[in-house]
Design a protein around this ligand. Sequence first.
Ligand SMILES: [Zn+2]
Length: 450
Amino acid sequence: MEIEIATIGGYEAVGRQMTAVRAGEDVVVFDMGLNLSQVLIHDNVETEKMHSLDLIDMGAIPDDRVMSELEGNVKAIVPTHGHLDHIGAISKLAHRYDAPIVATPYTIELVKQRVQSENKFNVDNDLVKMRAGGTMALGDSEQVELEFVNVTHSIIDAINPVVHTPEGSIVYGLDKRMDHDPVIGDPIDMERFREIGREGEGVLCYIEDCTNAGKKGRTPSESVARSHLKDVIHSVEDYDGGIVATTFSSHIARVRSLVEFANDIGRQPVLLGRSMEKYSGTAERLDFVEFPDDLGMYGHRKSVDRTFKRIMKEGKEDYLPIVTGHQGEPRAMLTRMGRGETPYEFDNGDKVMFSARVIPEPTNEGQRYQSERLLKMQGARIYDDIHVSGHLREEGHYEMLNALQPRHVVPAHQSMEGFAPYVDLASNEGYTLGRDLHVTRNGNMITLVE
Ligand SMILES: [Zn+2]
C-alpha cells in the first residue's frame, strides 16, 4: 500500500498546523489550525468575514492547495485538541472536503462553536465524537484504521491519533507532555504507545512536536504548577487588597486550581472575559470539571462591568477575579484593567498573578511588556511564570522514540531553527537526516512507501 505524508502547515513556524496522511486510497487530515499572530499583527482584522485565500496569503491558515497533488479521498479531518493553532482554520477549509470531522467530545464542542461564529463559509461537515481509546475504520477496504491514544496537554481531552495500515502505523504526535498526574483527566497512555510500537508491522512513521526539544530534562506535571500556584496564593492569604489572576482560558485544570485556592483563602473567585466564559462553561456543561455552584462566569462587556462595580463596592479583599490577558493581548480583560478601562481600580501593592509564561514571540513579548508596565504604573505587583509547559522536553522525546521505535521520524510544530535540537537528539538515537529523519517545509510531500 502506498503511503504518503503531505506536510501542509506548521512546518516553518508554530501555528496553522495541518498534515495529511495517504494510505492507499484513503486520506486522513490532522489539524487545520490558525496562526493567530499573523492575524493580530494587522489591526482590526475580522477573520470571521474573510475568504480562505486571503487568509492563506496572510500566512494565517494552512495553504492546503498541495492537497490536489494527493491521490485518494479524504475520509476524516481529525483535530487533536481544541487549541486554535489546531482547530482555528476548520471554519475556513473543512467545507472543501467531503469528510466528517472526528475528534474527542470537548474538541468537537469547540469546533462547533468556531463553525457557528463563521460568517463567510457554511461548514456543514458531520461532527463525529470519538473518545481516547476509540477506533474507527477508514474507507471501505477495512485495511486502514484510525485510533485515538490519550495524551496530556495544557487543554483537556487531547489525543494523539494513529493511522494503522498494512505497512505499519503512522503516529501523529503533536502537542503533549508526559503527565502521570494531570489534575483533570487520565494520565498519558504510554502503555498503549509501547504496544503500538510492538504490534503488527510496528510504527512506520512518527510525526513529532518539537516545541521544547531544545530543553533538557523532562516537562513537569500539571500537579507541579498546581502546588506552585497553591504556594503563591496561600502566601498572600492575609493581604487585604486586590488580587487578580490570569491564565490560558482553555487551560481548565489551571482555572480549576485557581478557583479552588481562591476559595481556600476566603475569596470569591469569578471568571471574567469572553474566552474564560466559553472554555470553562463548555467544560462544565460537558462534565469535565465541577465548579462551585456560585462561581460567576461573565463574558459580555455589560455583565463584566457590573461584576467589577460590585467587587469595588463590596470590597476587593473578598474577591479573586480570574481574567483573560495572560499574553497582554490588547483587547483582553487584564490589559483593559491595566489601561483603566474597567471599573476595577488597583491600589499600591495589589497582586497580579500570571499563571502563564510569555509565548516567546516578539508580538506577545511586546504586548505583555506593555500590559505589565500599565499595571505596575497603577501600583500592582506582578507574579510571573506560575506555569508548566504543555510540550515534551528532551527526555520525553527520547521516551517516545523508545516506546514507538518508528522507522521514520518527521519533526513538526517549529521553525527550521526549532527542528535543530530534535534532529540532534534523533540522530543520537540512530536516525539519519535525509534517510529516515525528514526535516521538511510547508507544502511538501514525503513518500514513505511507493
Ligand atoms: Zn496545543
